[in-house]
Design a protein around this ligand. Structure first.
Ligand SMILES: Nc1ncnc2c1ncn2[C@@H]1O[C@H](COP(=O)(O)OP(=O)(O)OP(=O)(O)O)[C@@H](O)[C@H]1O
Ligand SMILES: [Mg+2]
Length: 497
């Protein structure tokens, strides 16, 4: 192995608070190097320093043995480091090849600035082939699924001859089959000698693709280990400082009455009607590919998206939901997958974010019971292990996973009776996931109805009592826990073919 990148003694802080403490790390040519650590451990900050999005406070970096300064993203790009951000950087209105060459268009000749579209298209196809993909170069990016859009981003990295591609939780917004494709693409890149730095909270993934794993805790690198020779339990232990007895603490409940009934619900612009019933005491999972219509269904029920026809019953009572406000009134809660866009006020405190939807509960005559609000917020912060745990911190300052925990806490705090969770543990570390599942269990125990939309099959199989599978806007299977397995779900998710 030859060394590609080395970080030595890297320190970084925000407003005087140290976040990275004397980080040492080496990346070898052509290896898949996984970064593993709890929410807030410093993974994203660390890769932002490698890719020039942040500058380090102290320490040194070496590229192929020579000292380098990476002060901004173009410095990183110039030496051959590409980044696949979670929020994709593609322009949906442009074609695949236009996106691949965006900013680095091939010209006819140096004198005139006509674009050489023919060459660009040809090269685009070659890059995509190198990734083992047959996406048409002329396709509009908006017509592709998120998984394929990500492949276009990776092809873009090839145009700058990247020797290192950095990916921060790339599979978190993908369906199971899209994630599978991405993992295969990563293995292909590795074969071609490209190194990958990979962050994920999904341990099954890193087991499959990782060569070495570096574990971070509290801004420090704890250990770098070969993946093949390290058990998952050992990784978890190094990461959270203890072992986990059970990743999916499943409890079996007594089946109760009907909680949410949806009858022939047809969303605006869709021809398909959906009917299902969720019961007390039964965690109902909704599985399917990204784009199968799961989030749209939830948004329709919750009054975010317009509904053409159909009826919704909450505990047997028909409700007329025209807006999220009506939905909350009817006792529904919708924990969205998009924490930044819909879930949080980033420039408000954690306490504000956790209490804003429950002000009624905290109000006594004209006054807000501040002490009670504080206690409640502090309780959730403790239970969900939010770090930093200061309720006066602004949400923007939290790591991705910790922000997601605040979104969950906000809804748990309400007095809802029916909870729809959309990808509830996206970006949440293994230790905190268990706490989320425990909170979900306690909701069910208290008589609430819980529906979980998730693209993570182990999660669906691990915690749900019954699973609906959606494909192209329809429910294609309804499977009880005892009968459920990955193959059945995947088959129904792809329309049974
Ligand atoms: N812009 C910022 N201002 C202040 N603090 C920040 C900022 N960005 C990150 N932090 C803090 O730095 C620490 C590390 O955050 P980072 O995003 O690197 O964590 P992470 O390991 O990527 O976590 P996650 O798994 O949740 O994504 C956290 O405590 C976070 O609150
Ligand atoms: Mg992160």
């Amino acid at each position: 192995m030859a060394e590609l990148l080395r970080l030595k003694n890297i320190c970084k802080g925000f407003a005087g608070i140290p976040v990275l403490k004397n980080i040492d790390l080496d990346i070898q040519v052509g290896e898949v190097h996984v970064l593993l650590g709890e929410n807030g451990a410093g993974k994203s900050t660390m890769i932002k320093i490698m890719t020039g999005a942040y500058t380090k406070d102290e320490g040194e970096m070496f590229w192929e043995g020579k000292k380098v300064e990476i002060k901004n993203p173009s410095d990183a790009m110039n030496i051959g480091i590409a980044t696949i951000y979670q929020e994709l950087n593609v322009i949906p209105e442009l074609t695949v090849y236009e996106n691949i060459f965006l900013g680095r268009e091939l010209k006819q000749n140096s004198k005139f600035s006509f674009l050489n579209r023919k060459d660009m298209k040809k090269k685009a196809v070659q890059y995509l082939q190198r990734l083992g993909q047959d996406i048409s170069p002329d396709a509009k990016v908006s017509s592709l699924g998120i998984g394929q859009q990500q492949i276009v981003e990776i092809a873009k990295a090839l145009t700058i001859d990247a020797k290192l591609i950095v990916m921060d939780e790339p599979t978190s917004s993908l369906s199971a089959s899209e994630a599978e494709q991405l993992l295969e693409t990563i293995m292909e890149l590795r074969k071609q000698g490209i190194a990958i730095v990979y962050i994920s909270h999904r341990l099954e993934e890193l087991k499959r693709i990782g060569d070495r794993v570096t574990i971070l805790r509290d801004g420090k690198t704890i250990e770098t280990l070969p993946v093949k020779e390290t058990s998952t339990d050992k990784m978890i232990q190094l990461m959270v400082g203890r072992t986990l007895d059970d990743k999916y603490p499943k409890e079996i409940f007594q089946l109760g009455t009907e909680g949410l009934r949806v009858e022939n619900l047809r969303l605006k612009g869709s021809q398909k009607a959906i009917s299902f019933t969720a019961y007390q005491g039964q965690i109902l999972g909704i599985s399917g590919l990204v784009g199968a219509g799961r989030t749209e269904l939830a948004r329709g029920i919750f009054g975010v998206n317009p509904v053409e026809t159909g009826k919704v019953f909450v505990f047997g009572q028909e409700v007329n939901i025209k807006s999220p406000k009506d939905a909350i009134q009817a006792g529904l809660a919708f924990i969205t997958e998009d924490r930044k866009g819909e879930g949080l006020f980033l420039d408000q405190t954690l306490e504000f974010n956790m209490s804003i939807s429950s002000l009624k509960k905290f109000r006594k005559s004209l006054f807000l019971q501040r002490e009670q609000m504080k206690k409640s917020s502090e309780g959730y912060i403790r239970e969900l292990q939010v770090r930093p745990g200061d309720i006066h911190k602004h949400a923007r300052k939290l790591s991705g996973g910790n922000q997601q925990k605040i979104v969950i806490a906000k809804w748990l705090c309400t007095e809802a009776k029916v909870f729809i969770f959309d990808e509830p543990t996206r970006g949440i570390d293994v230790g905190a996931k268990v706490e989320v599942y425990r909170l979900i269990n306690s909701l069910v125990k208290n008589g609430c109805v819980v529906i979980i939309i998730s693209s993570e099959l182990p999660e669906i199989l691990g915690i749900c009592d019954r699973i609906l599978v959606m494909s192209e806007g329809e429910i294609t299977a309804d499977i009880m826990r005892e009968e459920a397995n990955q193959e059945k779900i995947m088959k129904a998710a792809t329309g049974g073919v």
